[in-house]
Design a protein around this ligand. Structure first.
Ligand code: SIN
Length: 316
Protein backbone atom coordinates (compact mmCIF):
# COMPACT_ATOMS: atom_id res chain seq x y z
CA UNK A 1 0.00 0.00 0.00
CA UNK A 2 1.55 3.32 -0.97
CA UNK A 3 1.85 6.06 1.60
CA UNK A 4 0.78 9.41 0.19
CA UNK A 5 1.32 12.98 1.35
CA UNK A 6 -1.13 12.90 4.28
CA UNK A 7 0.69 10.10 6.07
CA UNK A 8 4.08 11.73 5.53
CA UNK A 9 2.82 15.01 7.02
CA UNK A 10 1.51 13.25 10.08
CA UNK A 11 4.88 11.61 10.67
CA UNK A 12 6.82 14.81 9.94
CA UNK A 13 4.77 16.52 12.65
CA UNK A 14 6.47 14.21 15.12
CA UNK A 15 3.65 11.79 15.88
CA UNK A 16 4.29 8.11 15.64
CA UNK A 17 1.04 7.59 13.74
CA UNK A 18 0.95 6.36 10.19
CA UNK A 19 -2.18 7.11 8.16
CA UNK A 20 -2.51 4.79 5.16
CA UNK A 21 -5.27 5.83 2.74
CA UNK A 22 -7.32 2.94 1.34
CA UNK A 23 -9.14 4.46 -1.63
CA UNK A 24 -9.26 7.72 -3.54
CA UNK A 25 -11.95 9.32 -1.39
CA UNK A 26 -12.70 7.23 1.66
CA UNK A 27 -11.02 5.35 4.48
CA UNK A 28 -7.54 5.13 6.00
CA UNK A 29 -5.87 2.61 8.27
CA UNK A 30 -4.06 4.13 11.22
CA UNK A 31 -1.02 2.31 12.53
CA UNK A 32 1.30 3.03 15.43
CA UNK A 33 -1.14 3.62 18.28
CA UNK A 34 -2.33 1.36 21.08
CA UNK A 35 -5.90 2.39 21.87
CA UNK A 36 -5.73 0.78 25.32
CA UNK A 37 -3.12 3.31 26.46
CA UNK A 38 -3.83 6.87 27.64
CA UNK A 39 -3.69 9.06 24.54
CA UNK A 40 -1.88 12.41 24.36
CA UNK A 41 -3.49 15.47 22.77
CA UNK A 42 -1.27 15.31 19.67
CA UNK A 43 -2.44 11.76 18.93
CA UNK A 44 -6.10 12.68 19.46
CA UNK A 45 -5.63 15.63 17.08
CA UNK A 46 -3.92 13.48 14.46
CA UNK A 47 -6.69 10.86 14.56
CA UNK A 48 -9.36 13.57 14.32
CA UNK A 49 -7.56 15.16 11.35
CA UNK A 50 -7.42 11.78 9.60
CA UNK A 51 -11.10 11.19 10.39
CA UNK A 52 -12.14 14.54 8.89
CA UNK A 53 -9.99 13.92 5.80
CA UNK A 54 -10.81 10.23 5.15
CA UNK A 55 -14.28 10.07 6.85
CA UNK A 56 -13.65 6.61 8.33
CA UNK A 57 -10.48 5.34 10.00
CA UNK A 58 -9.57 1.78 10.92
CA UNK A 59 -7.32 0.27 13.58
CA UNK A 60 -6.05 -3.33 13.67
CA UNK A 61 -5.16 -5.71 16.50
CA UNK A 62 -6.75 -3.65 19.29
CA UNK A 63 -8.08 -6.00 21.95
CA UNK A 64 -10.17 -3.47 23.86
CA UNK A 65 -12.36 -4.17 26.85
CA UNK A 66 -15.77 -2.47 26.94
CA UNK A 67 -14.37 0.12 29.37
CA UNK A 68 -11.47 0.85 26.99
CA UNK A 69 -13.84 1.11 24.02
CA UNK A 70 -15.90 3.74 25.84
CA UNK A 71 -12.77 5.53 27.14
CA UNK A 72 -11.41 5.78 23.57
CA UNK A 73 -14.73 7.30 22.41
CA UNK A 74 -14.67 9.87 25.22
CA UNK A 75 -11.43 11.36 23.82
CA UNK A 76 -13.44 12.48 20.76
CA UNK A 77 -16.75 13.57 22.26
CA UNK A 78 -19.60 12.80 24.58
CA UNK A 79 -20.52 9.10 24.36
CA UNK A 80 -24.29 8.85 23.71
CA UNK A 81 -26.27 7.25 26.55
CA UNK A 82 -27.56 4.38 24.37
CA UNK A 83 -29.80 3.59 21.44
CA UNK A 84 -33.12 5.52 21.50
CA UNK A 85 -35.32 2.42 21.03
CA UNK A 86 -33.21 -0.71 21.69
CA UNK A 87 -32.91 -2.26 25.13
CA UNK A 88 -29.28 -2.23 26.33
CA UNK A 89 -27.59 -5.67 26.25
CA UNK A 90 -25.03 -4.81 28.91
CA UNK A 91 -26.61 -3.18 32.00
CA UNK A 92 -23.18 -1.96 33.14
CA UNK A 93 -22.62 -0.38 29.70
CA UNK A 94 -25.97 0.91 28.35
CA UNK A 95 -24.05 3.07 25.86
CA UNK A 96 -22.83 -0.03 23.97
CA UNK A 97 -25.11 -1.46 21.25
CA UNK A 98 -24.48 -5.10 20.39
CA UNK A 99 -24.89 -5.97 16.70
CA UNK A 100 -25.21 -9.68 16.13
CA UNK A 101 -25.69 -11.48 12.80
CA UNK A 102 -25.97 -15.09 11.78
CA UNK A 103 -26.37 -16.77 8.43
CA UNK A 104 -30.09 -16.99 7.68
CA UNK A 105 -30.00 -20.82 7.53
CA UNK A 106 -28.74 -20.80 11.14
CA UNK A 107 -31.35 -18.26 12.17
CA UNK A 108 -34.46 -17.92 10.00
CA UNK A 109 -35.09 -14.44 11.44
CA UNK A 110 -31.73 -13.06 10.37
CA UNK A 111 -32.54 -12.20 6.77
CA UNK A 112 -35.88 -10.54 7.34
CA UNK A 113 -34.41 -7.05 7.24
CA UNK A 114 -32.80 -5.86 4.05
CA UNK A 115 -29.44 -4.23 4.61
CA UNK A 116 -29.30 -0.83 2.96
CA UNK A 117 -26.94 2.10 3.04
CA UNK A 118 -27.62 4.46 5.94
CA UNK A 119 -26.24 7.03 8.36
CA UNK A 120 -26.68 5.92 11.95
CA UNK A 121 -29.82 7.47 13.50
CA UNK A 122 -30.48 9.95 10.68
CA UNK A 123 -34.11 9.89 11.90
CA UNK A 124 -32.97 11.99 14.89
CA UNK A 125 -32.69 15.79 14.57
CA UNK A 126 -29.14 15.59 16.00
CA UNK A 127 -27.66 12.30 14.73
CA UNK A 128 -24.36 11.06 16.20
CA UNK A 129 -21.19 12.83 15.04
CA UNK A 130 -19.38 9.51 15.01
CA UNK A 131 -19.72 5.79 15.56
CA UNK A 132 -17.01 3.42 16.81
CA UNK A 133 -17.52 -0.24 15.95
CA UNK A 134 -15.45 -2.99 17.56
CA UNK A 135 -15.18 -6.52 16.14
CA UNK A 136 -15.79 -9.05 18.90
CA UNK A 137 -16.26 -12.20 16.81
CA UNK A 138 -16.07 -12.27 13.01
CA UNK A 139 -16.30 -15.08 10.44
CA UNK A 140 -13.00 -16.06 8.74
CA UNK A 141 -14.14 -14.44 5.48
CA UNK A 142 -17.09 -12.39 4.23
CA UNK A 143 -19.08 -9.98 6.44
CA UNK A 144 -17.24 -6.86 5.29
CA UNK A 145 -18.70 -3.39 5.90
CA UNK A 146 -18.63 -0.60 3.29
CA UNK A 147 -18.64 3.18 3.68
CA UNK A 148 -19.24 5.99 1.22
CA UNK A 149 -18.19 9.64 1.25
CA UNK A 150 -21.11 12.12 1.20
CA UNK A 151 -18.93 15.16 0.33
CA UNK A 152 -17.46 13.41 -2.72
CA UNK A 153 -20.99 12.37 -3.72
CA UNK A 154 -22.22 15.98 -3.56
CA UNK A 155 -19.17 17.42 -5.35
CA UNK A 156 -19.58 15.09 -8.34
CA UNK A 157 -23.22 15.94 -9.07
CA UNK A 158 -23.76 18.26 -12.03
CA UNK A 159 -24.08 21.94 -11.04
CA UNK A 160 -27.82 22.30 -11.92
CA UNK A 161 -28.67 19.27 -9.72
CA UNK A 162 -26.57 20.67 -6.87
CA UNK A 163 -28.37 23.99 -7.19
CA UNK A 164 -31.77 22.24 -7.14
CA UNK A 165 -31.12 20.12 -4.06
CA UNK A 166 -29.37 22.90 -2.12
CA UNK A 167 -32.88 24.28 -1.51
CA UNK A 168 -34.53 21.02 -0.43
CA UNK A 169 -35.24 19.25 2.86
CA UNK A 170 -36.13 15.61 3.51
CA UNK A 171 -37.86 13.60 6.22
CA UNK A 172 -35.95 10.61 7.65
CA UNK A 173 -37.75 7.92 9.69
CA UNK A 174 -36.88 4.70 11.55
CA UNK A 175 -38.90 2.34 9.35
CA UNK A 176 -36.96 -0.80 8.43
CA UNK A 177 -37.34 -2.65 5.13
CA UNK A 178 -38.74 -6.03 6.02
CA UNK A 179 -38.08 -8.48 3.17
CA UNK A 180 -40.54 -11.20 4.12
CA UNK A 181 -42.77 -12.26 6.99
CA UNK A 182 -43.26 -10.27 10.12
CA UNK A 183 -40.55 -8.07 11.63
CA UNK A 184 -38.47 -10.07 14.15
CA UNK A 185 -38.17 -8.94 17.78
CA UNK A 186 -35.15 -6.75 17.10
CA UNK A 187 -36.95 -4.97 14.25
CA UNK A 188 -40.10 -4.55 16.36
CA UNK A 189 -38.04 -3.05 19.19
CA UNK A 190 -36.17 -0.82 16.76
CA UNK A 191 -39.45 0.59 15.39
CA UNK A 192 -41.31 0.56 18.74
CA UNK A 193 -41.28 4.36 18.90
CA UNK A 194 -41.74 6.18 15.61
CA UNK A 195 -38.90 8.68 15.20
CA UNK A 196 -38.72 11.29 12.47
CA UNK A 197 -36.52 14.25 11.64
CA UNK A 198 -36.35 16.73 8.79
CA UNK A 199 -32.86 17.58 7.52
CA UNK A 200 -31.50 19.67 4.67
CA UNK A 201 -30.82 17.41 1.65
CA UNK A 202 -27.44 19.14 1.47
CA UNK A 203 -25.79 19.52 4.86
CA UNK A 204 -22.84 21.71 5.76
CA UNK A 205 -20.38 19.64 7.73
CA UNK A 206 -20.27 21.18 11.22
CA UNK A 207 -16.44 21.09 11.34
CA UNK A 208 -15.15 21.26 7.75
CA UNK A 209 -18.02 23.24 6.19
CA UNK A 210 -18.02 20.83 3.21
CA UNK A 211 -21.36 20.37 1.42
CA UNK A 212 -22.61 16.81 1.64
CA UNK A 213 -25.38 14.82 0.01
CA UNK A 214 -27.36 13.78 3.09
CA UNK A 215 -29.86 11.17 1.91
CA UNK A 216 -29.77 7.42 2.41
CA UNK A 217 -31.82 4.49 1.07
CA UNK A 218 -32.62 3.12 4.53
CA UNK A 219 -34.14 6.03 6.39
CA UNK A 220 -34.88 8.91 3.98
CA UNK A 221 -38.61 8.82 3.43
CA UNK A 222 -39.34 11.75 1.12
CA UNK A 223 -38.32 15.22 -0.01
CA UNK A 224 -40.72 17.68 1.57
CA UNK A 225 -40.88 20.27 -1.24
CA UNK A 226 -41.86 17.71 -3.95
CA UNK A 227 -44.82 15.53 -4.78
CA UNK A 228 -44.36 11.90 -3.71
CA UNK A 229 -43.82 10.86 -7.35
CA UNK A 230 -41.16 13.55 -7.91
CA UNK A 231 -39.57 12.73 -4.57
CA UNK A 232 -39.42 8.98 -5.28
CA UNK A 233 -37.69 9.53 -8.63
CA UNK A 234 -35.22 12.14 -7.40
CA UNK A 235 -34.39 10.12 -4.27
CA UNK A 236 -33.83 7.00 -6.37
CA UNK A 237 -31.24 8.88 -8.42
CA UNK A 238 -29.57 10.53 -5.39
CA UNK A 239 -29.50 7.26 -3.42
CA UNK A 240 -27.92 5.45 -6.35
CA UNK A 241 -25.35 8.22 -6.72
CA UNK A 242 -24.48 8.47 -3.02
CA UNK A 243 -23.36 4.83 -2.86
CA UNK A 244 -21.58 4.73 -6.24
CA UNK A 245 -18.54 2.47 -6.03
CA UNK A 246 -16.09 5.29 -6.77
CA UNK A 247 -16.79 6.90 -3.37
CA UNK A 248 -16.67 3.73 -1.29
CA UNK A 249 -14.25 1.68 0.75
CA UNK A 250 -14.73 -1.93 1.88
CA UNK A 251 -13.24 -3.17 5.15
CA UNK A 252 -12.41 -6.79 5.97
CA UNK A 253 -12.81 -7.34 9.68
CA UNK A 254 -10.44 -9.34 11.83
CA UNK A 255 -10.75 -9.94 15.57
CA UNK A 256 -9.54 -6.74 17.27
CA UNK A 257 -10.40 -4.46 14.32
CA UNK A 258 -11.99 -1.09 15.08
CA UNK A 259 -13.76 1.28 12.67
CA UNK A 260 -14.36 4.90 13.64
CA UNK A 261 -16.52 6.82 11.16
CA UNK A 262 -17.66 10.40 10.85
CA UNK A 263 -21.38 9.69 10.79
CA UNK A 264 -22.10 13.20 9.46
CA UNK A 265 -19.92 12.65 6.39
CA UNK A 266 -20.48 8.99 5.48
CA UNK A 267 -23.15 6.39 4.93
CA UNK A 268 -22.39 2.69 5.43
CA UNK A 269 -23.87 -0.71 4.75
CA UNK A 270 -23.69 -3.77 7.00
CA UNK A 271 -22.93 -7.14 5.40
CA UNK A 272 -25.54 -9.65 4.28
CA UNK A 273 -23.03 -12.50 3.72
CA UNK A 274 -22.33 -13.98 7.12
CA UNK A 275 -20.60 -17.33 6.56
CA UNK A 276 -22.79 -20.36 7.45
CA UNK A 277 -21.98 -21.78 10.86
CA UNK A 278 -20.49 -18.51 12.09
CA UNK A 279 -21.80 -15.70 14.25
CA UNK A 280 -20.70 -12.14 13.73
CA UNK A 281 -20.71 -10.06 16.90
CA UNK A 282 -19.85 -6.38 16.96
CA UNK A 283 -20.20 -3.69 19.63
CA UNK A 284 -20.86 -0.06 18.77
CA UNK A 285 -20.83 3.21 20.60
CA UNK A 286 -21.94 6.55 19.18
CA UNK A 287 -20.78 10.07 19.99
CA UNK A 288 -23.29 12.89 20.43
CA UNK A 289 -23.78 15.09 17.38
CA UNK A 290 -25.60 18.31 16.56
CA UNK A 291 -28.39 19.27 14.17
CA UNK A 292 -27.39 20.14 10.58
CA UNK A 293 -27.67 23.44 8.78
CA UNK A 294 -28.14 23.55 5.01
CA UNK A 295 -27.04 26.11 2.41
CA UNK A 296 -30.32 28.06 2.83
CA UNK A 297 -29.97 28.19 6.62
CA UNK A 298 -32.61 25.48 7.25
CA UNK A 299 -31.75 23.63 10.47
CA UNK A 300 -32.72 20.01 11.23
CA UNK A 301 -35.85 19.54 13.36
CA UNK A 302 -37.81 16.71 14.93
CA UNK A 303 -41.10 16.28 13.04
CA UNK A 304 -44.42 14.53 13.40
CA UNK A 305 -46.00 12.24 10.79
CA UNK A 306 -47.06 15.17 8.60
CA UNK A 307 -43.55 16.61 8.54
CA UNK A 308 -44.47 19.51 10.85
CA UNK A 309 -41.90 20.50 13.48
CA UNK A 310 -42.59 19.34 17.03
CA UNK A 311 -41.03 20.78 20.17
CA UNK A 312 -37.64 19.36 21.12
CA UNK A 313 -39.11 17.51 24.06
CA UNK A 314 -42.24 16.38 22.12
CA UNK A 315 -42.80 12.65 21.90
CA UNK A 316 -42.49 11.48 18.29
C1 SIN B 1 -23.93 -0.42 11.68
O1 SIN B 1 -24.78 -0.37 10.77
O2 SIN B 1 -23.79 0.53 12.46
C2 SIN B 1 -23.07 -1.65 11.85
C3 SIN B 1 -22.38 -2.05 10.60
C4 SIN B 1 -21.88 -3.47 10.64
O3 SIN B 1 -22.37 -4.28 11.45
O4 SIN B 1 -21.01 -3.80 9.85
Amino acid sequence: MSVITESQETMDAGYRLEVLPMSQHTGAEIHGVDLREPMDEATVRAIRTALLRWKVVFFRDQELTRDQHVAFGRRFGQVSPGHPTLTPRFPEHPEIVMIEKEHHRDNPDANEIEHRWHNDLSYMAAPPMGSILRAVSVPPFGSDTEWTNLAAAYATLSPPIRELIDEMTAVHHNVLHVVRGEPNKLARDFMSTRLRARHPVVTLHPETGERQLYVNPDYTSHIVELTRQESDHLLAMLNEHVCSREFTVRFQWRPGSIAFWDNRATAHIAPADVTPGHRRVMERITLDGTSFVGPTGFESVTVDGSGAAVPDNGSP
